[in-house]
Every structure is written in structure tokens, then in C-alpha cells.
Design a protein around this ligand. Structure first.
Ligand code: ADP
Length: 478
């Protein structure tokens, strides 16, 4: 034990041996993190609210600690309760998953004060990216291209409006503290600006307790292309290629894929290197994602359009599995190895991109009723791969629920993610369509049929993608 302590003393701050891991999350991501922890011989601790006492992530863990009542504020979002659970269970590390406390600098600080490892970046990196304005200023310093716009401290209404007038409409007003598409509005012309600004400020005050705004030129047909990066505690960074997440509904991703179709290897490298530069600029450690907007090329041009930094997510992303499929790497294993002080598992030139992968997010919601969240008893939930002529090398189902579970209204309605692989995009898409057909869900309304219509759409098949895909094809999708 003393020998162990000695080696640990030479590790960078926030790193150390991990024997027991608490997963401060629920649903599919908690289950997914546990799978890798188990494979690495690390024992797992689940946390749960009263609504989740019998949830799949609790059943899968070696032990479990109750946090509190169903409301997220009193359970999964309560810093003190999660820290107390980590102490009580004797966990030496906490994996935050995504959402909840994953990008909360105060939480990271409290863990460090308690001598517990946070499987994620240093608190300073979270803080640097938590504010969209400050993040843009940092990225400018690292020569990462930005969407033209205004991200200054002067927040007078009149000034923001004259900036918008100067850059020309349409513009996008965005909450500096924003996330999840909240506090964001497109403004088509100068007369609508003031009212839109006021409504963004109100929404942002309510959601984030902050009403500072930034203004960006609104790109009318961009693609959302994001780069997966990893940095270790010794200053090295690599990119694990990109994902295209252009198919969104209300700025929320629905279908994702890797690699981004049609990207040249030169552009892939350019974006990858910009992403690593961005991460290193803020002293990043661990898994992170740099989100870019890729503008449409000029009409008739053979060239791709420009790419612009949008934001960095300082955590594992929902859609990380498509990256795992095309690289053959386990991103949670990378996170855990880096958190215990190991250098990056691979160098850039050792990383290979092979094949194509899709992810479809299965939600308990009703697309025919304005996507209202659905609840109920999951009477049936099966994926008959063999019956569909598929196998486990082609399809992965990351699920937070199992047949017989109750789906409540307390949390995010995402039930599971269907991830597929094929040697080519066409083949991976064919697998996706067959897997969606082979997925049997009864008892709870889901978006399965909607996902099928999306994936089967001619413009999706031919990769004519941009962030307004769903909006544009509304008539044929509903
Ligand atoms: P949030 O943090 O709330 O998710 P983001 O800044 O990541 O907000 O933007 C979410 C989505 O909004 C993007 O994926 C993209 O579809 C759209 N978007 C953001 N900025 C722009 C822009 N300048 N022009 C066009 N679309 C944008």
C-alpha cells in the first residue's frame, strides 16, 4: 500500500489509482460507464433517486446509494448529496456521465477538496468553456476560427442591436450561459431584434440566472460537425475524428454519424488539429468535444465551406459510440486511464478511421403529438438481431431500461441509443433501418417510426445534410 501511495504522489493533481468508481448519473450512460469499469476490474457504485430505486443502472452496479426524492434538484443535481454518497461508499473516483453535474465546476472543486478523483477535465477548463462569450475569446487567442459575431462585455441593448445591424440579418442571439438550445433565437430583420433580445434575456435569466447575450451571424445551411478530442495530464492531445450531428430538432440532436460524409482528409485533419489546439489552449485533460459549424460551400464551388468554432463540451457526449465504432477504441476506458494518470493510450498516427457508424436516439415521446414525453410500463422491449439477419458486430444497443421497467416523467426521455456499423455509409444505414425494424417496443410510445422515416429519407441517404433537415422535410416526415 505504501508503495502505491509513493507512485501516486508523482501523479498530476486530480489523478490516482481507481479501485471503486461512483457513477453520478442514471439511465443508459450510467449503465454504459459501468460496463467498461467492470471490464477494467473497477467496482461500481450507482446513485439513485426514489423514482429510480429499481432502475437498470442500480441493478447493474455492485452497490448503490440513495440520493433523495425524485426531483433531479434534490438528487442527481445535488452536489452535497453526491459527494456524501462518494464518501460513504469509499469511492476513489466519480464519473459524471453527461448532463447533471458533468459540467459543474463547483462539483469538481468539491470532489477535489474531498480527495476524490473527477473523471473529467480540471475545473478551470470547465469554467473556461462554460461561458460561451469567454470561450470564444479564448478560441480567438488560439487561432480557432469563430462565427462572425459580437461576444463582448458591453451588454447594452442598443449596442447589441447596432452590432446585429452591422453584421446583417439573419442573426442568432445566444445566451452566454446557454445550453440545450435555451435562450437562443434567430432574428430575421432589424425590427424584430429588440423583442427577440428581451425574450432571450428572460429565458436565460430563468434557466441560468444570467442574461448576458452574444450575437452571431446566422448561417442558413450549416452542418454540425464536431471533433472528439482527448488530452492527457502531460500536455499531449489527439483527435479521434469527427461526427456529423446535423439532424436536429429544436437544436437537439436526433441522428448522428461518424465520419462526417463527404469530408476530405485534408479538412478532417484541419478541423482535428484546430480542435486539439482549442483543447490545449485551456489546459484540457480527458475527453472533450469541439463543436463546429461547417458552412455550405459557395454555389458551384468544388471547395468545402468554412468551419467555425461553436462551443466545447467538456465531457463525454451522448453520441460517443459512433466514434468508438469507427476507431475501435473504448472512450470510457480512455477517460479512466487518463484519470488515473496514464498518458494517452494512442498517438495520433496510431489512430485509424474505419467504416461508418450511425446512432439513433430512441426517446419516450410522441412525434404525432408535438413530441410530448411519454410514460408507462415497458411491456416489451426487445431487439431480435438474429431474426433480422444481423449480429453484435453490426449493432449495439446502449439502453437505460429493460423490459418490465416503468418509464417515469422525471428525467430526460431518452430510453436507449441504437448504434450501427458497416464498412460503408450505405451499409451502415441499411443496418440501421433493419435494426430499427427489429426493435420491438410496447407499452410506451416512442419516436421509433419517426427515426425510421428520417433514416429512410432520400436526402438522408444521399447525405444532403444541414441543421434544418427536419424543418425542411417536415411535410414528408410527419
Ligand atoms: P446549445 O449550447 O444551447 O446547445 P449551441 O451553441 O451548441 O447551443 O448551438 C446549438 C445548435 O444551434 C447548433 O448545433 C446549430 O444547429 C445551431 N446554431 C448555433 N449557432 C448557429 C449559427 N451561428 N448559425 C446557424 N445555426 C447555429
Amino acid at each position: 500500500m505504501n508503495a502505491n501511495r509513493d507512485t501516486e504522489q508523482h501523479l498530476p493533481t486530480g489523478c490516482g489509482a481507481i479501485r471503486k468508481l461512483l457513477i453520478a448519473n442514471r439511465g443508459e450512460i450510467a449503465v454504459r460507464v459501468m460496463r467498461t469499469a467492470r471490464a477494467m476490474g473497477i467496482s461500481t457504485v450507482a446513485v439513485y433517486s426514489d423514482a429510480d430505486a429499481n432502475a437498470l443502472h442500480v441493478r447493474e452496479a455492485d452497490e448503490a446509494v440513495r440520493l433523495g426524492p425524485a426531483s433531479a434538484r434534490e438528487s442527481y443535481l445535488d452536489v452535497d448529496k453526491v459527494i456524501a454518497a462518494a464518501r460513504l461508499s469509499g469511492a476513489d473516483a466519480v464519473h459524471p456521465g453527461y448532463g447533471f453535474l458533468s459540467e459543474n465546476a463547483t462539483f469538481v472543486q468539491a470532489l477535489h477538496a474531498a480527495g476524490i478523483i473527477f473523471v473529467g477535465p480540471p475545473e478551470s477548463a470547465i469554467a473556461a468553456m462554460g461561458d460561451k462569450s469567454a470561450a470564444k475569446a479564448r478560441m480567438q487567442a488560439a487561432s480557432v476560427p469563430l462565427v462572425p459575431g459580437y461576444h463582448g462585455d458591453n451588454q447594452e441593448d442598443g449596442l447589441l442591436k447596432s452590432e446585429a445591424d452591422r453584421m446583417g440579418y439573419p442573426v442568432l442571439i445566444k445566451a452566454c450561459a446557454g445550453g440545450g438550445g435555451k435562450g437562443m433565437r434567430v432574428v430575421e430583420n432589424t425590427v424584430d431584434f429588440q423583442a427577440a433580445l428581451e425574450s432571450c434575456r428572460r429565458e436565460s435569466r430563468a434557466a441560468f440566472g444570467d442574461d448576458r447575450m452574444l450575437i452571431e451571424k446566422y448561417l442558413t445551411q450549416p452542418r454540425h460537425v464536431e471533433v472528439q478530442v482527448f488530452c492527457d495530464a502531460y500536455g499531449s492531445g489527439v483527435y479521434l475524428f469527427e461526427r456529423d450531428c446535423s439532424v436536429q430538432r429544436r437544436h437537439q440532436k436526433v441522428l448522428e454519424e461518424a465520419p462526417a460524409p463527404g469530408l476530405t482528409s485534408a479538412l478532417r485533419r484541419e478541423m482535428g488539429e484546430a480542435a486539439v489546439r482549442a483543447a490545449r489552449e485551456i489546459g484540457y485533460v480527458g475527453a472533450g468535444t469541439i463543436e463546429f459549424l461547417l458552412d455550405a460551400p459557395d454555389a458551384g464551388s468544388e471547395q468545402h465551406g468554412a468551419f467555425y468554432f461553436m462551443e466545447m463540451n467538456t465531457r463525454l457526449q451522448v453520441e460517443h459510440p459512433v466514434t468508438e465504432m469507427i476507431t475501435g477504441e473504448d472512450l470510457v476506458e480512455w477517460q479512466l486511464r487518463i484519470a488515473r494518470g496514464e498518458p494517452l493510450p494512442r498517438q495520433q498516427d496510431e489512430l485509424r478511421l474505419e467504416g461508418h457508424s450511425f446512432e439513433a436516439r430512441l426517446y419516450a415521446e410522441d412525434p404525432d403529438n408535438d413530441f410530448l414525453p411519454a410514460t408507462g410500463l415497458l411491456e416489451r422491449f426487445r431487439l431480435d438481431l438474429a431474426g433480422a439477419g444481423l449480429d453484435a458486430s453490426q449493432v449495439r444497443l446502449d439502453s437505460g431500461v429493460a423490459e418490465g421497467d416503468e418509464v417515469s416523467m422525471h428525467y430526460d426521455p431518452m430510453l436507449a441509443k441504437l448504434i450501427t456499423f458497416g464498412p460503408t455509409r450505405e451499409q451502415a444505414l441499411e443496418v440501421l433501418l433493419r435494426a430499427l425494424a427489429a426493435l420491438e417496443v410496447r407499452g410506451v410510445t416512442t419516436n421509433r417510426a419517426f427515426l425510421t422515416r428520417l433514416a429512410a429519407h432520400e436526402d438522408f441517404r444521399t447525405a444532403r445534410l444541414d441543421t434544418r433537415f427536419i424543418e425542411r422535410h417536415h411535410a414528408s416526415l410527419f
